[in-house]
Design a protein around this ligand. Structure first.
Ligand SMILES: O=C[C@H](O)[C@H](O)COP(=O)(O)O
Ligand SMILES: C=C(OP(=O)(O)O)C(=O)O
Ligand SMILES: [Mn+2]
Length: 522
């Protein structure tokens, strides 16, 4: 048996391993050290990360000497333990038996994502937590069951373009997470909606009821859970297909839809950056790295949604045969919303038992003690990559409210990824009652988020947007200078206003600048 010092892995080396026959290896000393700054997706047969005695996702080597694994799913938890807790924001279905019938049916359907995808994302997020990489999470506020293939493709491609811009600025990997393939359930401020004297239940997302303002549409219908499952299956499949081949034509900046940029000096600077990205890709092609190479044309995009509708989430929990842990297979990443993050509530109870990477929205009312408790409940082993905190405080509040939280978590040594949702704290209604957000407020909140982390010596780990690849007219401002009067021209969102493609790209260029400055000063 040959002893080897250091095996290069995705980003780690094990101190010492022993080769056994058939290219299997065992860890002699379990300590891991970070080795490479450039995690790679392409692993050779002997490359592997060992965490908790379990080989990493994508690992084709085999660990023969595993340490006793501690289960990620706690013993005092079950897929239905949330039912004993108060569950906010759940629809009131007229026929509960029909709900349970659909739920039992979904329990027997294939998972939408594999545990391996959730594990891989957890690893990617652990890298961000260690200070390597940046998260880009984005997509619709509320997905539609009527969304077309083109709509999904446009959003994913918008995410790709934004990610390329951010990578250019940060020179770090960008972890792409779509609000896609399951973002169908919406928490609402009001239970009822009134129009012209008629009062109906509010719209709670296509998985619950229909958006049209009529009684039939607004009555919660459990069959929609099945429809949402099927739509999510198709969307997730499309996202995977795009991820494995959708990058190729994006090396041509002309296909980015950046006509809006050519009229101003700032816009021309963006175009210049875009052209430099194109040149960089061409340079590598000249060096012999083919565009057919997966490293150029393939990438990773993970699915995510708010785990709000608990009977549906329960129905899609599956045990990972490799580890025995339970995973929410409705999406790779799930989060708990601002309205349902009560410490003793059903949503926190559900999320604490699944082994996925999870997120929690953090509004300006979050108390330090409350957040520390959430960290303890949701990440009792304080593992990197498990917990992402998504601030959504609004441009008026973030600079004054976030520092206390960041400082307290740093002091307690809590391992979290901080990202900012610069949308939900910035919503307002125009004088004619249309929900909108201003591009300037969004950028302001992002800037403050970076500034707070810089001042506290912590890491701004990413951004979260409601956005689409279409040129909708839902948020005001940006270089296209969208005015409140124009919002009705193409307002398509089923719930909150999204950034359109040009507003999203413009924001990505601004964030890339921040990341670049940060890199140059570090
Ligand atoms: O997406 C988030 C919430 O569901 C949304 O902001 C709620 O909107 P409302 O305040 O109009 O109910
Ligand atoms: C409901 C959402 O946000 P929040 O919980 O932050 O209001 C959302 O992101 O869709
Ligand atoms: Mn929203």
């Amino acid at each position: 048996m040959k002893e080897m010092e250091k095996i290069n892995t995705v980003g780690f080396v094990t101190d010492k391993v022993e080769y056994t026959k058939n290219n299997k290896f065992k860890i002699v000393r379990g300590k891991r050290k970070y080795l490479s700054l450039q995690p790679t997706r392409r692993l050779s047969s002997l490359q592997c990360i060992v965490e908790n005695g379990v080989a990493s996702p994508n690992c084709s080597g085999k660990v023969v000497d595993v340490k006793q694994k501690q289960p990620l799913t706690p013993k005092d938890w079950s897929v239905s333990s949330w039912r004993k807790k108060p569950a906010k924001q759940q629809p009131i279905y007229p026929d509960q038996d029909a709900v349970e019938k659909i739920v039992s049916h979904i329990k027997h359907l294939p998972p939408l994502v594999q545990a391996e995808e959730a594990k891989l994302l957890r690893f990617r997020l652990s890298e961000v937590c260690r200070g390597r990489g940046f998260v880009l999470q984005g997509g619709d506020c509320a997905e539609s069951l009527e969304e077309s293939t083109d709509g999904v493709r446009d959003t994913v491609r918008a995410l790709f373009k934004m990610a390329m811009i951010l990578m250019w600025g940060s020179l770090e990997p960008v972890v792409k997470i779509g609000r896609i393939g399951g973002q169908f359930a919406k928490p609402r401020s009001e239970d009822w909606e009134e129009r012209d004297g008629q009062r109906l239940p509010c719209y709670r997302g296509d998985i619950v009821n229909g958006a049209p303002f009529d009684l039939v549409s607004r009555i919660p219908d459990p069959r929609r859970m099945l429809a949402a499952y099927q739509h999510s299956a198709g969307t997730t499949n499309l996202v995977r297909a795009l991820a494995s081949g959708g990058f190729a034509d994006l090396r041509n900046v002309k296909s980015w839809g950046m006509d809006w940029a050519s009229n101003t000096e700032k816009g021309r600077a963006y175009l210049d950056t875009a052209e430099r990205i194109e040149e960089a890709v061409r340079f590598w092609e000249t060096c012999g790295v083919s565009v057919q190479d997966p490293i150029i044309y393939s990438t990773e995009v993970f699915t995510s949604h708010e785990a709000l509708l608990l009977p549906y989430e329960e129905a899609l929990c599956r045990k990972d045969p490799l580890t025995g842990d339970m995973y929410a297979t409705s999406g790779a990443f799930i989060w708990i919303g601002e309205r349902t993050r009560d410490l003793d509530g059903a949503h926190v109870e559900f999320a604490r038992g699944v082994a996925n990477p999870i997120g929690v929205k953090v509004g300006s009312g979050m108390k330090v003690d409350e957040l520390l408790c959430l960290c303890d409940i949701l990440n009792p082993r304080n593992e990197m990559g498990r917990l992402t905190l998504i601030t959504r405080m609004g441009s008026k509040n973030l600079a004054s409210k976030l520092p206390y939280l960041v400082r307290a978590l740093k002091k307690e040594g809590k391992n979290v990824v901080w990202i900012t949702d610069a949308m939900h704290g910035n919503t307002y209604k125009t004088s004619s009652g249309v929900k909108t957000r201003s591009w300037n407020h969004i950028l302001e909140e992002v800037r403050d988020f970076f500034a707070v982390h810089r001042a506290e010596g912590t890491r701004a780990g990413g951004v979260h947007f409601e956005m689409t690849g279409k040129e909708v007219t839902e948020c005001v401002g940006g270089m296209v200078d969208l005015k409140a009067e124009s919002l009705s021209e193409r307002y398509e969102s089923l719930c909150d206003p999204r950034l359109n493609l040009s507003q999203s790209l413009e924001l990505a260029f601004e964030i890339a600048e921040i990341l670049k400055r940060q890199r140059q000063h570090s």
